[in-house]
Every structure is written in C-alpha cells, then in structure tokens.
Ligand binder design. Structure first.
Ligand SMILES: NC(=O)c1ccc[n+]([C@@H]2O[C@H](COP(=O)([O-])OP(=O)(O)OC[C@H]3O[C@@H](n4cnc5c(N)ncnc54)[C@H](OP(=O)(O)O)[C@@H]3O)[C@@H](O)[C@H]2O)c1
Length: 283
C-alpha cells in the first residue's frame, strides 16, 4: 500500500467504495476487502449501509487506528443546527466513536455552505470526526467552504476517471496541499475495451481496471475508491502495487480526458469546473 499524508494523518491511496453494497452480501464484500488489505472504507448515510460497514469492521478484529473510515451527510440533511445529530446517527450506525473523515455529500442548494462548514468544524472539535472534507464541490464553492471552515480541510471527493477532466479542481486543491479522492474511478465499467488502457495493460499483464487505478493513485494528491461486490474484482483492484506506469504512459492516459460525467443529478451544481460541460450549462 502507498499513502498520502494530510493534516498529520496517513491515508491509504486506495480505498474501498461501498455504494450499493448492502445486507449480507454488502457486509461480506466489506469484510473481504479488509481481509484482502484495504484499510480505507468509503460510505455515506445515503448508501444505507453504515450498519453493515460497521459490522464488517468489527468482525475484522483490526484496531480502530488501523482503518480510515469516511462517511458523508446527505445534502438534504445538512441543516446546520442538525449536523451534530446527523453525525451522531452515523456514528451509532457504524458502531464507532469517531470517523476519520466526514463530508457533506453534495453542496446544499438550500443551506449556506459557510454555516454547514462551521457546524462540521464543531463536530470535528467534539472529536467525532478527525477530518472534514468536501464532496462534489466545484472550485467556487470550495473557496467559500475553505474560508468559512477556518482550519485545514482534507480535500474534495469528486468523480474522476480517464474520461473526465478534473484539472481545475485538482489545481485548486494543490494550492493548499489538499487531496482529491477519485470516486467512480472505473467510470462504472465504461473504461472496458479502451484501446489505450488495453495496450498499456498488455505490457504489464494488467487489466484496464488495474491500469486505471494505478494511473489515478500515481498522480500527486490523488486517492481512489473503487467499488466491487465480487471477491475476484475486489482482490484484483487491490493488485496495483507491483508495477508503476512510466511518465509517457501516464500522459497517454491523461490525454483521454474529456467531459464524460456519469453522475450529474438534479441537485448538482449548475456549472461544473470542466470546460466541456460549461457551454451546455450556460445554455
Ligand atoms: N461522493 C459521491 O457523490 C460519490 C458518487 C459515486 C460514488 N462514490 C463512491 O465511490 C465509489 C466508487 O464509485 P462507483 O461504485 O460508483 O463506481 P466504480 O468504482 O467506478 O465502478 C463500480 C462498478 O464497476 C464494476 N467493477 C468493479 N471492479 C471491476 C473490475 N475490476 N472490472 C470490471 N468491472 C468492475 C462494479 O461491478 P461489481 O460490483 O459487479 O464488480 C460496479 O458495477 C462508490 O462505491 C462510493 O463509495 C461517491
């Protein structure tokens, strides 16, 4: 495993995503991921699986300090005066005393981001969250959040894969040394059959998924959190630490970037920091 350091914490560059992992099979997948070696788990109140994630963590027998656990508060539930209660509910479902990272899942279209971030700071000061981050925040909202928070933040979790340019968000994060967590890192399978990824994979005897994950975590300040419910893929996605891409290969994959945004719900920010999306958003 490789790590990034942020605000004195060591964070595994590869974590385990848990969207859609629920019930017995979900709990089994998280437990298996921990057995394989994942030490960072990403969940959210919206995923309705914090109980299963917590049970898998408990069953692993690992020390709490050996795991990095992140969760998110749903955008509809970000009333500043209820954030403390939301955090308590998440901790109770997880069966944990603290999470390593809490994020607003999306910037709220209703509640002022400054008030949300101040409420999250209070949660951090209570010791319930070691770090506070952002998720799906465009640059303008990030700047507002950073100013309001008034202390070092973790970073921003955003959709990032070879087909989506996130250079604007990344440049903003680099200014303060924050991290970009790549969610949807495998583009939910859209990378399958890509000729560039396939050709590079042939050289290293790796799949396109492994090449994609390696490309992500080899970038400055980038973490990746792939999800799978299948043991073979959970294990394969972890087998990316026995090779390294060359600079030319990193650049070839980087050149695939474009405007393929897979998650853009009704409540998403109107204008994303992404050149391909802006003309459509302005229209
Ligand atoms: N902050 C946010 O708003 C946000 C949004 C989306 C996601 N996330 C987080 O990011 C995590 C990852 O995103 P995601 O789950 O949407 O997408 P993803 O990780 O890009 O892709 C997951 C999909 O790819 C398949 N897959 C996994 N490994 C594979 C492999 N080696 N080869 C081929 N297919 C493979 C999985 O199917 P099987 O399960 O059948 O293997 C699943 O259908 C989520 O689980 C969640 O924790 C956060």
């Amino acid at each position: 495993m490789l790590y990034q350091t942020i605000n004195n914490a060591r964070v595994p560059v590869l974590g385990f995503g848990t969207w859609h992992l629920r019930g017995d099979s979900g709990r089994d997948a998280v437990r298996y991921a921990i057995d394989v070696g994942y030490r960072s788990i990403d969940t959210a109140s919206r995923y309705e699986n914090e109980v299963e994630v917590g049970q898998a963590i408990a069953a692993s027998g690992l020390k709490r300090s050996d795991l990095f656990v992140a969760t998110k508060i749903r955008y509809l539930e970000l009333e500043p005066d209820k954030i403390e209660a939301r955090m308590r509910e998440s901790l109770d479902r997880l069966g944990l005393d603290y999470v390593d990272l809490i994020m607003p899942h999306w910037p709220s279209p209703t509640f002022p981001i400054g008030d949300v971030m101040k409420a999250l700071r209070a949660v951090q000061e209570k010791g319930w969250a070691r770090q506070v981050g952002m998720s799906n925040f465009p640059v303008a909202v990030m700047r507002e959040a950073i100013t309001a928070f008034g202390a070092p933040l973790f970073g921003n979790q955003v959709e990032y894969h070879p087909y989506l340019d996130q250079s604007a968000v990344m440049a903003e994060l680099h200014k303060t040394g924050m991290l970009l967590t790549a969610c949807i890192p495998l583009a939910r399978g859209a990378i399958e059959g890509d000729p560039v990824l396939t050709a590079i994979g042939a050289k290293y005897s790796k799949t396109v998924a492994q090449i994609t994950l390696r490309w992500l975590i080899q970038q400055r300040g980038v973490l990746a959190i792939p999800k799978s419910g299948q043991h073979a893929r959970i294990k394969a996605n972890f087998e990316i630490f026995d090779f390294a891409l060359e600079p030319g290969e990193m650049a070839r994959i980087g050149a695939l970037r474009g405007g393929k945004r897979l998650v853009n719900p009704d409540w998403a920010p109107v204008v994303w920091d992404q050149p391909w999306a802006e003309p459509a958003a302005i229209v």
